[in-house]
Design a protein around this ligand. Structure first.
Ligand code: HEM
Length: 315
């Protein structure tokens, strides 16, 4: 496996699929999460199809609808889980918030107990994603496989229910991601695989980003004060209780710079996987066809410009 770190190597790997490489997921991810009976469960195809859904879901027009929901849920979350306490654990709480948000935006699930029904097996499944894929009782991977099966069962029941609602009510406008996949004619199993993929891709990344932002803000009070000042300015221009809108986000220029700088110093995603589909040479190194690649988004590298990660050669 070739491990890429540094800006140029990562840019080459991640700035879009090129003719030398394709996406690839390790067996542990595929076996724990994907339905083995699904016809298109080649990880390359899965990844490509998953990516195809990203731009329509995250395009600005869609995000505009999500912002008031995110804001209202964030306020409820803070009132319930942060404000009453003198001390809180930011990472578990950020996960709680982002998971509930994903349940709402992906599949309109709002009920706390229903969210928990997905959150518990999901935590077990993610713990096994990077484990050795040997399915023996008692291993992290075995727990992840079982949890993955449970998540898919529960998702399938939910997706079937939503499909029946669409058919019965003749619904034409999608309320969430599952609806839009159903309206595109995807099967329940395909949708289940994709929703699991979306959960994995969005959950730890966003909660890690939130956690590091809070951590850096507490380390740099002068930055915290400027962020607070900008947020208070946005608040002053709004009616009492009015939720955040797209236009308000455009005013958060300094806050956004802080978020970007935190993600540069402490990247929320560790990296991603690629496979060489042909022999080729990059920066003087020959990469044979079939070699696996991993891009390492290394915050320490960004912060200190350290030369090479232990055990890897920078390309
Ligand atoms: C701070 C937040 C996030 C960060 C830092 C992040 C980072 C990344 C990175 C580095 C990749 C790999 C790119 C590549 O291999 O070319 C990726 C892929 C992806 N992300 Fe995100 N992401 C974030 C949030 C989200 C959210 C909110 C969603 C969905 C709602 C999402 C959905 C996806 C999907 C579907 C993929 C493709 C997965 C694959 O094919 O392997 N991400 N993300």
């Amino acid at each position: 496996m070739a491990v890429f770190c540094g800006a140029a190597g990562n840019k080459f790997l991640f700035s879009g699929q090129n003719k030398y490489i394709t996406s690839w997921w390790p067996d542990s991810i595929k076996k724990a999460l994907m339905d083995p009976s699904s016809v298109d469960n080649s990880s390359k195809e899965e990844s490509t199809k998953l990516r195809a859904y990203l731009p329509p879901f995250l395009k600005p027009e869609s995000l505009q609808h999500f912002i008031p929901v995110m804001d209202i849920m964030a306020k409820e979350h803070l009132n319930q889980h942060w404000s009453p306490y003198n001390e809180v654990q930011v990472f578990p709480l950020s996960k709680k918030y982002t998971f509930a948000l994903a349940c709402r935006l992906f599949m309109s699930v709002r009920d706390d107990s229903e969210i928990e029904n997905f959150a518990k097996p999901f935590a077990l499944a993610t713990a096994g994603l990077m484990s050795v894929p040997i399915d023996l009782p008692g291993t992290t991977f075995n727990r992840a496989v079982k949890a993955g099966r449970l998540i898919r069962q529960r998702l399938l029941a939910l997706i079937t229910k939503k499909k029946n609602e669409i058919l019965e009510k003749g619904k034409r406008v999608a309320s969430d991601l599952v609806d839009s996949m159903l309206m595109d004619g995807m099967t329940e199993v395909e949708i289940g695989n994709k929703i699991v993929g979306f959960f994995i891709a969005s959950h730890d990344t966003t909660s890690t980003a939130i956690t590091f932002i809070v951590s850096y803000l507490s380390d740099y009070p002068e930055v915290y004060n400027r962020v607070l000042e900008e947020q208070m300015e946005v608040l002053r221009c709004k009616e009492a209780g009015e939720p955040l809108r797209w236009e308000d986000l455009q005013k958060m220029k300094y806050t956004w710079c802080v978020a970007c700088e935190v993600m540069r110093l402490a990247p929320p995603a560790n990296g991603s996987f690629r496979e060489a589909i042909t022999d080729f040479t990059y920066a003087g190194y020959t990469i044979p066809k079939g070699w696996k690649w991993s891009g390492v988004l290394d915050g320490a590298y960004n912060a200190q410009k350290s030369e090479i990660l232990p055990g890897s050669r920078e390309i």
